[in-house]
Design a protein around this ligand. Structure first.
Ligand SMILES: *[C@@H]1O[C@H](CO)[C@@H](O)[C@H](O)[C@H]1NC(C)=O
Length: 179
């Protein structure tokens, strides 16, 4: 039932999508907008970074251009349950990965930053990164890792760092700025 409904919406969106200019389209997947919220990754580094949005399968590699390039994704769900991880790397081999992870739960989007698969000498650490919600509240705060802070408490450094998870209203737009 849900599947048929989703397909119906998908084909409707593909009609709308084909009528839109290309630069308004980030990817077909982003058209599965349920709630208005999502994440925008902004690359302020002087080198390109690469991103993969991972659910049950690894999404296509996205290149986020140096000097302010962006990649946006509306909140989406993982068909297998569980969450979505956007893996961000400085090279196409996915070494030194910064992860932005999120999971929808009712009207809340739970998210965190993870440095678990990143070396402390990574340029991400050296340059700093920050998540800023469109509407900052006590439960939906910014998460800021300043340049050079390899022990940043705003991100997961160990799988057990549960304090690094935040819950925001599902309509929240989050900006993840790198550098
Ligand atoms: C998020 O980034 C976009 C694009 O750069 C910008 O227009 C918007 O003001 C930013 N929002 C916040 C809350 O920083």
């Amino acid at each position: 039932m849900m599947f048929a409904k989703t397909l119906g919406i998908a084909s409707l969106f593909s009609v709308i999508a084909s009528a839109l200019p290309q630069d308004m389209m980030v990817s077909r997947e982003d058209m599965f907008r349920r709630d208005g919220g999502g994440v925008t990754i902004i690359n302020n580094l002087q080198q390109d970074v690469y991103a993969w949005s991972v659910a049950d399968v690894v999404g296509p590699m996205q290149t986020i251009n140096s000097g302010g390039g962006i990649y946006s994704e509306n909140w989406r769900t993982n068909p297998n349950g569980g969450g979505i991880s956007i893996k961000i790397a400085l090279n196409q081999e996915q070494q030194d990965v910064l992860q932005f992870e999120y999971t929808e739960s009712g009207d809340t989007i739970f998210w965190d930053l993870s440095c678990i698969n990143m070396d402390s000498s990574s340029m991400f650490i050296n340059s700093g990164f920050a998540v800023v919600p469109s509407d900052v509240t006590s439960t939906c705060p910014s998460a800021i890792c300043t340049a050079g802070d390899s022990a940043c408490s705003a991100a997961y450094l160990q799988p057990t760092d549960d304090y690094a998870t935040h819950g925001c209203p599902i309509s929240t737009a989050l900006n993840l700025s790198i550098g």
